[in-house]
Ligand binder design. Structure first.
Ligand code: ZN
Length: 277
């Protein structure tokens, strides 16, 4: 019986290794597309040229894919330490407690076109992981850099709530204004990210730094060689309801929801400051 258990564990262990290797193998064979990337000086100072190459390579490989990929890499050596492929709106990464000892860890995952580019509530999970200094998100529209320092559980929950509120209020704000689907998607992405950044800045949360970068069309010619995310709302009934939402005098607007949320957490914001660009 005991031997059988040992053999089973061995099989599970070997399978998990094979699984990880096959994802990395697949990753190395992804095609590097000629897409706009970010500039070296846009990354935090600690990121070396090697780390920049790892980031550029990731953007070129994944920006046009409809699946999420996630890497953990060392932002000093540029070495990829973990590589996992997931579904079109999430990717799960597992690791051992001491796996990254002595390494300077950043993660990077992509958000495909159908997923909004800013961090989702789940992406704020980085706040719990003390071995990971940065989380980079290569969204389809924008590139995001997330740096955190020793956050307590209360703030994590608050940020998840803020993320939900920003997502809903930006959706309601944009759906009634932009008829063209592409324009709506871009504006929703922009406003959702803007609301999140504004929340962190307004509350002066110094332990979280969230930066949005635009991709640079001056394509870098280095030619070297994820997380649960927000699905876009596509259900026609929900969209129809949302389009009517702000016209109805008896239902709150997106602005009202955002204002109510700020009030509920005791944040001193004037009604007219909401959505003030
Ligand atoms: Zn994500």
């Amino acid at each position: 019986m005991k031997i059988r258990n040992v053999i089973l564990y061995l099989i599970i262990f070997v399978c998990s290794l094979l699984n990880m290797d096959s994802d990395f193998e697949e990753y190395t064979h992804l095609e590097n597309k000629d897409v706009a990337v970010i500039k070296k000086e846009d990354l935090p100072e600690e990121f070396t040229d090697m780390a920049y190459e790892t980031v550029v390579d990731f953007i070129q490989k994944t920006r046009c894919l409809d699946k999420e990929w996630a890497l953990f890499f060392d932002y000093v050596t540029g070495e990829i330490l973990k590589c996992v492929v997931g579904e079109h709106d999430n990717v799960d990464v597992t690791w051992e407690d001491d796996e990254f000892e002595g390494k300077q860890i950043s993660s990077i995952h992509n958000h495909p076109k159908e997923v909004l580019s800013p961090p989702s509530g789940k992406d704020f999970g980085i706040l719990k992981r003390d071995f990971e200094d940065y989380e980079l998100i290569a969204g389809f529209e924008y590139f995001w850099i997330f740096k955190v320092n020793g956050i307590h559980e209360g703030l994590i929950n608050e940020m998840c709530g803020a993320s939900d509120a920003a997502f809903i209020s930006s959706f309601l704000h944009c759906i009634s204004r932009y008829n063209d689907n592409d324009v709506f998607n871009r504006m929703h992405d922009l406003r959702y990210g803007g609301e999140l950044s504004k929340y962190i800045n307004n509350k002066n949360i110094k332990d979280i730094q969230l930066t949005r970068l635009e991709y640079d069309n001056m394509t870098n010619k280095l030619n070297t060689a994820e997380y649960g995310c927000r699905k876009r709302i596509t259900n026609p009934e929900v969209i129809k309801f949302a389009k009517e939402f702000e016209k109805c005098p008896y239902t709150p607007s997106g602005k009202d929801i955002m204002y109510a949320f700020y009030q509920s957490i005791g944040m001193d914001v004037e009604y007219d400051e909401i959505f003030a660009d």
